[in-house]
Design a protein around this ligand. Structure first.
Ligand code: AHG
Ligand code: MN
Ligand code: MN
Ligand code: MN
Length: 338
C-alpha cells in the first residue's frame, strides 16, 4: 500500500466523544468522562474474557443472581470491573446491574448527575464455549432535584440519553448511540488499545430474510408467534424461505441483525409470561440502538419497546427487534389475531 493510502486521520472513540461534546453548548464534560470510564470497563472486561480459559476464569461462580441466572465467574468479575469504573468516574450517582439485586447508589458521588444500567456479561451461558458475549449499557440523566434512587431508573427508554453495547467477538465491537442521534460502531485496535470508528452512522436494511429466535420454546408460544415463525419457513416473493440464525447471546444476535438486517425475537410465552430479557439493561438499550439505526423494537403486546416503564429494576419483557419491515410483519400477524 502506498503512503498515500494510509489513513492518518483516525477517529478514536476518545476523539469522537470530544467532537460530540462540542455539539452540546451546555456540556460540562461529565458525560464525556462517564463514557471514558465505560470505554475502560469494556477494555478490561475484554481482557479477562480473552484470557478466561488460560487463567481458570471459565465456569460457574457458585452463586445465582436475583433473576435466577447461575452466575459465571466472569459475570461476577465483569460486574465488579464495571461497578468500580462507574464509581471511580465520579460521574455516576446510581447504577443497576443484572448481577446486583438492588440498585447501587454511589455515596462517593453525591453530586453526580447520571444513572447507568448494565448487563456486564450478556450471553454468559456461551462463555465456556468461546462464543461471542457482550456488555450492554444505558445512560439516564437524573431529573432536576433527584437524589439518586431506583426511581431515577424506572423510566421509559425514550428518556435514555445514550445506550449501546460492546460485543467481544473476533474483535471487540462497540456500538453507541445518543438520544436522537446516529448509531456509530467502533472496532478495538489491540495494538493501539483504542476503539476506532469503523461503522459511522449505521443504517439498517429495511428488510432481510434472516430470523433469529430460540425455536426450542415454540411449545409455549402463543398463536401469533407460531404463525409468524411458520411464515418464516414459507417461500417468500423470491421463492426462498428465511435463513435461521441463533447464537444465544443477545449482543451477538443483535449485532448481526443490526448489520445484515432481519429480525431477532425473544417472545413472552406460557413458560415465561413476562418474557426472559430484562427491560432496563437488555431490551431498552437495544431498542434505542435499533430505532436510531432505522429499525424498530416492540414487546409481546406490539407496544413500542422504548415506551415501556419497568415496575421493578429487573422486570422482563418479550421483544421483537429488527429491520423496520420485518417488525411490521410481526405486528400485522398480531393485528390479524386481534
Ligand atoms: P445473560 O447472559 O446476560 O443472562 O443474557 C442471556 C440472554 C441473552 O443473551 C440471550 O438472547 C438469551 O439469554 C438466550 O436465552 P435462551 O438460551 O433461552 O435462548
Ligand atoms: Mn445472566
Ligand atoms: Mn443479557
Ligand atoms: Mn448478563
Amino acid at each position: 500500500v502506498g503512503a498515500e493510502k494510509i489513513n492518518t486521520d483516525i477517529i478514536t472513540l476518545t476523539r469522537f466523544l470530544t467532537e460530540e461534546q462540542t455539539k452540546v453548548k451546555e456540556a460540562t464534560g461529565d458525560f464525556t468522562l462517564l463514557c471514558h470510564a465505560l470505554q475502560f470497563s469494556f477494555k478490561s472486561i475484554a481482557y479477562y474474557i480473552r484470557r478466561a480459559t488460560l487463567i481458570n476464569l471459565t465456569g460457574l461462580a457458585g452463586s445465582s443472581n436475583t433473576t435466577g441466572d447461575d452466575q459465571k465467574k466472569l459475570d461476577v468479575i465483569g460486574n465488579d470491573l464495571f461497578i468500580s469504573a462507574m464509581k471511580s468516574s465520579g460521574r455516576v450517582r446510581v447504577l443497576v446491574s443484572e448481577e446486583e439485586e438492588e440498585c447501587i447508589v454511589f455515596d462517593e458521588n453525591p453530586n453526580a448527575r447520571y444513572a447507568v444500567v448494565c448487563d456486564p456479561i450478556d450471553g454468559s451461558s456461551n462463555l465456556d464455549a468461546g462464543v461471542s458475549v457482550g456488555t450492554i449499557f444505558g445512560i439516564f440523566k437524573l431529573q432536576e432535584g433527584a437524589k439518586g434512587s431506583k426511581e431515577d431508573l424506572l423510566r421509559p427508554g425514550t428518556e435514555l440519553v445514550a445506550a449501546g453495547f460492546t460485543m467481544y467477538g473476533a474483535s471487540a465491537q462497540l456500538v453507541i448511540t445518543m438520544k436522537g442521534g446516529s448509531v456509530n460502531g467502533f472496532t478495538m485496535d489491540n495494538a493501539l488499545g483504542e476503539f476506532i470508528l469503523t461503522h459511522p452512522d449505521m443504517q439498517m436494511p429495511k428488510q432481510r430474510a434472516i430470523y433469529s429466535v430460540n425455536e426450542g420454546n415454540s411449545l409455549w408460544w402463543d398463536e401469533p408467534v407460531k404463525e409468524w415463525c411458520a411464515m418464516m419457513k414459507e417461500p417468500q416473493k423470491d421463492g426462498k424461505p428465511y435463513s435461521a440464525r441463533y447464537i444465544g447471546s443477545m449482543v451477538a444476535d443483535a449485532y448481526r441483525t443490526l448489520l445484515y438486517g432481519g429480525i431477532f425475537a425473544y417472545p413472552a410465552d406460557k413458560k415465561s409470561p413476562k418474557g426472559k430479557l430484562r427491560i432496563l439493561y437488555e431490551c431498552a438499550p437495544m431498542a434505542m440502538v435499533f430505532e436510531n439505526a432505522g429499525g424498530q423494537a416492540v414487546n409481546s403486546r406490539m407496544e413500542r419497546m422504548l415506551s415501556i416503564v419497568p415496575e421493578h429494576i429487573h422486570d422482563r419483557s418479550g421483544i421483537f427487534l429488527g429491520s423496520y419491515d420485518e417488525v411490521e410483519k410481526v405486528k400485522d400477524i398480531h393485528k390479524k389475531h386481534g
